[in-house]
Design a binder for this molecule. Structure first.
Ligand code: AMP
Ligand code: MG
Length: 410
């Protein structure tokens, strides 16, 4: 969808995303992993259940199993045996008899119903049933959770804790997944120092790699960290070549605008086919995207909020595609803004907000305050982006706005 109101020369956000997605390919290499190591990996083949879960009819209660017909004839039944979880009663329960049964134990042959022990009275081998029951009460049927042959997990699923539990419950010990993607992380800038180092005049602490590493870790991507690289053409070139040799995705930040120390462009022109874009989004106007010899390259802007948002909205979506994971669905809602939102037409804004539902049940959103692209603290406490279309101007308090809830990566 083209954005008619974007400032001329700026690439509409949706076109940038579409172009990026069209230019990245899913990896093909798979491996077999024990399920306890598969958390966060992307499933390569769909899983069909080899068994029924539960495998047999079993009791949901501690009590007595019997044929309901027997109770229609007498409220007193004769105790004939017991069925424990893992030690079933292997005889036949005859009319007029009942079997002591524990939760999870197999329903004995001849029984169809279970009464909980609290509703019975036992006297030697006689059990009196104090309440009426309906057929099948307290019986968990074989296959009521999962039937043999059901497709339980679809290829492309990123395996979470529940998925691993389901696999275990099916008796599946190993699973075929796509290998991890490898991402090289590079921060560029003479002014950048690592936390723990002393700041000299004009220096700042580097934070982009930490934010990006956190999101990449949640994506189960292996990180190759190249640290901070000075604004030096030779050094940058050497680093990008090394990164390209080791990674599927190379992610740098800084140096993509038109400043005098912005060498990323010069270097990448020599190494691959990388385009330098000005995207009609705010924050995050400058972005480099393209291909090196072996890898996909993202040159994120240096400003911390810009780096985070371009990564989250563009690079992350591409990485998910490269991983073969099913497409991200982010939750978007309409909400009434409590704050006035500054905005001028020309770029799509991703302002940071706090979404909630008020006492009247209305969706409301509050701005986190100053929205400069260097103000990382504008993300503190935020739980959503307030997405304002390119053509939108200032938004008044009380107006409805589109909100995108933060996903699991933020
Ligand atoms: P640049 O894109 O290199 O012109 O950087 C834009 C702004 O972001 C400058 O104020 C930089 O100091 C800052 N910046 C660049 N890289 C980082 C980083 N890795 N961490 C924190 N701030 C950065
Ligand atoms: Mg710089």
């Amino acid at each position: 969808m083209s954005d008619m109101c974007a400032t001329p020369g700026l690439l509409p956000f949706n076109e940038a995303l579409t172009t990026i997605l069209a230019n990245v390919k899913p990896i093909t290499e798979t491996l077999t992993l024990p399920i306890e190591q598969a958390l966060g990996y992307v499933l390569a083949t769909s899983v069909v259940s080899p068994v029924n879960v539960p495998p047999h009819d079993n009791s949901a209660m501690d009590g007595y199993a019997f044929a309901l017909q027997s109770l229609h004839e007498s409220s007193r039944l004769t105790l004939a045996g017991r069925s424990m979880a893992g030690a079933p009663y292997d005889g036949l329960c005859r009319p007029g008899q009942c079997i002591r049964i524990m939760t999870g134990a197999k329903i004995p042959t001849g029984c169809d119903t279970v009464e909980m022990q609290e509703n019975t009275r036992i006297d030697d081998d006689n059990v009196d049933f104090l309440a009426n029951k309906s057929l099948g009460a307290n019986v968990r049927k074989a296959g009521e959770d999962i039937n043999m042959g059901d497709t339980v997990l679809i290829a492309g699923k990123t395996l979470n804790a529940v998925d691993i539990g389901i696999l275990a419950s099916l008796g599946i010990a190993e699973i075929v997944v796509y290998r991890k993607l490898k991402a090289a992380l590079i921060a560029t800038g003479d002014e950048l120092k690592s936390p723990g180092q002393q700041l000299l005049e004009g220096d700042i602490y580097e934070s982009n790699r930490f934010v990006l590493a956190g999101m990449l870790a949640k994506l189960n991507v292996e990180i190759i960290n190249f640290g901070i690289i000075d604004d030096d053409i030779t050094l940058l070139k050497k680093t990008f070549v090394q990164a390209d040799a080791q990674a599927d995705v190379v992610i740098s930040s800084g140096g993509v605008s038109v400043g005098e120390a912005d060498y990323t462009k010069t270097v990448l022109e020599q190494l691959g086919t990388v385009g330098f874009w000005k995207i009609a989004m705010k924050p995050g106007k400058p972005l480099a995207f393209g291909a090196l010899e072996n890898s996909v390259f993202f040159g994120l802007p240096g400003n911390p909020v810009s780096a985070l948002i371009t990564f989250h909205q563009l690079a992350l979506v591409a990485i998910v595609k490269m991983q073969n994971a099913s497409l991200l669905k982010r939750t978007q809602l309409m909400a009434k803004t409590v704050s006035t939102l500054k905005k001028s037409p020309g770029r799509q804004d991703f302002q940071r907000g706090i979404f909630s539902v008020n006492e009247a049940g209305e969706n409301i959103v509050t701005s986190t305050g100053a929205q400069g692209s260097g103000i990382l603290s504008s993300l503190l406490g935020a739980n959503c982006f307030i997405i304002l279309a390119s053509e939108q101007g200032q938004v008044n308090a009380g107006d409805m706005v589109k909100v995108e809830l933060f996903d699991q990566y933020l």
